[in-house]
Design a protein around this ligand. Structure first.
Ligand SMILES: Cc1cc2nc3c(=O)[nH]c(=O)nc-3n(C[C@H](O)[C@H](O)[C@H](O)COP(=O)(O)O)c2cc1C
Length: 336
């Protein structure tokens, strides 16, 4: 089978497995170990709480980001269009899945081309860090410029590659390539994990590599080691729980760097979003639940985010925060 066909089949398998199997970590994202200090006499109107924010220069109605999911197949095109349309209607960010397929076969560009349905949305492209050395700067630039995007996510998926039968495990020179890219592109580069989390040490390295933001994508949600295990029918499960829980990863990352941080990896409700923002995240990111809603259609995605926004507003009311600045600056989070 040629390389394009392998990538296409893999993308289809990933969607099918994520929709049909239990692909989530057994361990939690860690936010249950933190609690807000309840504020018994709020001095604000819950209905007037302002959830607007800005991320890398662009306005968002809500601090939410649909993190990378897919691209490269007919089904992926439909999912990307549904999600981009929903992101535009809600006013949140959207990330395309890995664009490797589009670099291998330019006719697949249309499966990622969502600017038409999301003219004002912050849209990020996506490519694997370990694949970067295969491409020249012109090709990397084209991922963003050909689709009129706002940023490029470089995904770090060492655990997935390590357990994938055909995975890329030669990572020498990848960090240098990220630095070369971050310095020469005129769009922001976001370093992004895929469910194993970023430690303080890695966050510092990424900042030194000049990335503009970090999506920590910690453990507690989708486990890519598990997904790959289903794909290869392997019984090697000792790495299924590998990764830094999202709450711990977030704390370590914001202590180490002052660039914007997206908290993702198993974020499933508005209370977890509130905790992540109070702990220093700029946005909260979601993948698996959004994919499931996308298969039901645009309205289902919009309703999902409306529910998350209501939950976030409720948490903010109970700590007397009338906007996200107040939530971030004046809120006490306790260890329970
Ligand atoms: C079906 C599916 C495909 C994904 N594909 C990509 C990808 O191409 N690039 C990437 O950076 N992350 C990819 N991810 C990872 C997510 O963006 C996210 O980091 C991870 O799933 C953890 O978030 P969650 O627990 O909310 O799913 C994918 C996730 C899912 C569910």
């Amino acid at each position: 089978m040629d390389k394009e066909k392998i990538i296409e089949n893999r993308k289809a398998d990933h969607i099918k497995i994520c929709l049909e199997k239990d692909v989530e970590f057994k361990k939690t994202n860690g936010f249950e170990s933190y609690d807000f200090e309840h504020y018994a006499l709020p001095d604000i109107n819950m209905d007037e709480i302002d959830l607007r924010t800005r991320f890398l220069g662009k306005p968002f109605n809500y601090p939410f980001f649909i993190t990378a999911i897919t691209g490269g197949t007919v089904q992926a095109e439909k999912i990307n269009k549904t999600l981009a349309k929903a992101a535009e209607a809600i006013g949140i960010g959207f990330g395309l899945g890995s664009q490797r397929a589009m670099l291998k076969d330019h006719s697949l560009k249309k499966t990622y081309d969502v600017r038409g349905v999301a003219p004002s949305t912050f849209i990020a492209g996506n490519i694997g860090a370990v694949q970067l050395p295969e491409y020249n700067m012109e090709q990397i630039d084209s991922l963003v410029t050909d689709l009129n995007l706002d940023a490029l996510c470089i995904h770090l998926n060492a655990a997935q590659e390590a357990v994938q039968p055909e995975g890329d495990t030669s990572w020498e020179g990848v960090a240098d390539k990220i630095k070369e890219m971050s310095k020469s592109t005129n769009f922001p580069v976001i370093a992004k994990e895929t469910g194993c989390g970023i430690s303080g040490k890695t966050a510092k390295l990424l900042k030194d590599l000049k990335v503009s933001a970090i999506d920590i994508s910690g453990a507690g949600g989708t486990s890519w080691v598990k997904v790959e295990q289903y794909r290869s029918n392997s019984d090697m499960n000792i790495f299924n729980e590998w990764g830094i829980p999202t709450a711990q990863s977030l704390i370590e990352t914001v202590q180490e760097v002052d660039i914007p941080v997206i908290a993702s990896g198993g974020i499933r409700n508005g209370l977890e979003v509130a905790k992540a923002l109070a702990m220093g995240a700029s946005l909260a990111g979601f993948a698996l639940p959004v994919l499931k809603h996308a298969t039901k259609g645009f309205e289902s995605v919009v309703a999902y985010f409306e529910k998350i926004a209501d939950e976030l507003r409720t948490a903010m009311f109970l700590v007397n925060a009338s906007n996200l600045e107040e939530l971030r600056k004046n809120t006490i989070i306790k260890v329970v």
